[in-house]
Design a protein around this ligand. Structure first.
Ligand SMILES: *Cc1c(COP(=O)(O)O)cnc(C)c1O
Length: 409
């Protein structure tokens, strides 16, 4: 879906153009008082018009706002916007990305079920599958991201094929269509759940490739300003209803109206923010790939990246994240220490976790985000000790390139 014959910046502009109107207008209508910006409805409960109205609302015969955990107008408006951007029938906003992931998994699996999940993924998701789900009788087989490995790991009890693409932090690309094909052909018809946080709906549409559900941490590129925690699950109306019942009603992972308003505000500029951040990421990746102090750059835009061809077919853009490995210094030298020196020398980019912020954020996964992962699991997931992950923000591209050059030098 990325046309190698067209300049990448031109394709980013076209993708932004395709989404920009939805970003501004989807899920929004002037309020009763004429205010253009949707009100933040901070109410725990809503008055019934009559006893009959209350009874009908409780029987589900009439749409009504009843109680803030079951539904809120500000949150519902955000959900319409999210569904439109994802090309989904429905979307459910959640308190965080982890609430979305844990809720979607628990709405899909029960004791005795089996999951196939990738070795390389967001560290807290990895802990969910490795440490928490076994206590509930749900077992996971971890595989490399290719579809053959998923096929080999499946058994008659497999209920869920979990995918994260591009993956954290090495930007591995997984073939969503091939994995959806495996699910369709399997007797138990497992669900395919994609964590698309790194791509955002700007760069990828997992549902169009046959995924059943897509989850995002809205804390990242969707909210986009580094000022809110939230998550979303999108898919068909029945599947999203089941997730909503579990995550929101049952486990209480509800998004606050204030957070929903912040995310909706962030989404209005989503397309143009992503256009710019993705362009900067590709430029920085190309620059670092030619840098003598850099051993290896991971970004799907590079033809050297193992997921390049697949990303070109599957994605609208290569995303705003990259990672790179430092070269060993002149006399060998400790790459972990060199990584720390680079982090501490950056002046434009900020040393912080999270991603998808207006600020460029850089982390050293081995000592921070992925330190809870056993060293052997880190090695299998391809996370080198000298790896630095970069989430490109909205600063000037030339300023960022100069910042990395200075820090590396
Ligand atoms: C941040 C992140 C999550 C978790 O989201 P929270 O909003 O922090 O709960 C899950 N998956 C990926 C890929 C992430 O980057």
């Amino acid at each position: 879906m990325i046309d190698p014959a067209v300049a990448y910046t031109e394709q980013l502009r076209r993708r932004a153009d395709a989404l920009a109107t939805l970003c501004v207008h989807a899920g929004e209508a002037p309020a009763a008082d004429g205010s253009l910006d949707p009100p933040i409805v901070m109410s725990s409960a809503f008055a019934f018009a009559s006893a009959e109205h209350a009874a009908r609302a409780f029987r589900g015969e009439e749409d009504a706002w009843i109680y803030g955990r079951w539904g809120n107008p500000t949150v519902a408006a955000l959900e319409s916007k999210l569904a439109a951007l994802e090309g989904a029938e429905a979307a459910c906003a959640t308190a965080s990305g982890m609430a979305a992931i844990a809720g979607a998994v628990l709405a899909t699996c029960e004791a005795g079920d089996h999951v196939v999940a990738p070795r390389s993924m967001y560290a807290e998701s990895a802990r969910l599958f490795r440490e928490r789900l076994p206590k509930l009788g749900i077992e996971t087989t971890f595989v490399d991201g290719d579809a053959t490995a998923y096929a080999d790991a499946m058994n008659p009890r497999t209920r869920l094929l979990y995918v994260e693409t591009p993956s954290n932090p090495t930007l591995g690309v997984v073939d969503i269509g091939a994995i959806a094909g495996l699910a369709r052909d399997a007797p138990g018809r497992p669900a395919v759940l994609v964590d698309g946080t790194f791509a955002t709906p700007f760069a990828q549409a997992p549902l169009a490739h046959g995924a059943d559900l897509v989850v995002h941490s809205m804390t990242k590129g969707i909210g986009g300003h580094g000022d809110v925690i939230g998550g979303v699950v999108a898919g068909s109306a029945p599947r999203v209803a089941a997730v909503r019942d579990a995550v929101i009603k049952g486990f209480g992972g509800v998004l606050s109206p204030m957070s929903a308003w912040l995310v909706a505000r962030g989404l209005r500029t989503f397309a143009i923010r992503q256009e710019r951040a993705c362009a900067t990421a590709a430029a920085l990746a190309a620059h670092l790939a030619g840098h003598p102090r850099v051993a290896r750059v991971h970004h799907p835009s590079l033809s050297s990246h193992p997921g390049h061809a697949l990303a070109t077919r599957q994605m609208f853009a290569y995303g705003a994240l990259l990672s790179f490995e430092l070269a060993a210094g002149p006399g060998g030298g400790d790459v972990v220490r060199r990584g720390r020196d680079v982090l501490e020398s950056l002046r434009v980019a900020t040393h912080a976790v999270s991603l998808g912020d207006v600020r460029t954020l850089v982390v050293h996964p081995a000592s921070t985000t992925h330190s809870t992962m056993p060293a052997e699991a880190r090695r299998l997931a391809g996370i080198a000790d000298g790896l630095l992950r970069v989430s490109c923000g909205l600063e000037g591209t030339a300023d960022l390139v100069a910042d990395f050059d200075r820090a590396l030098g």
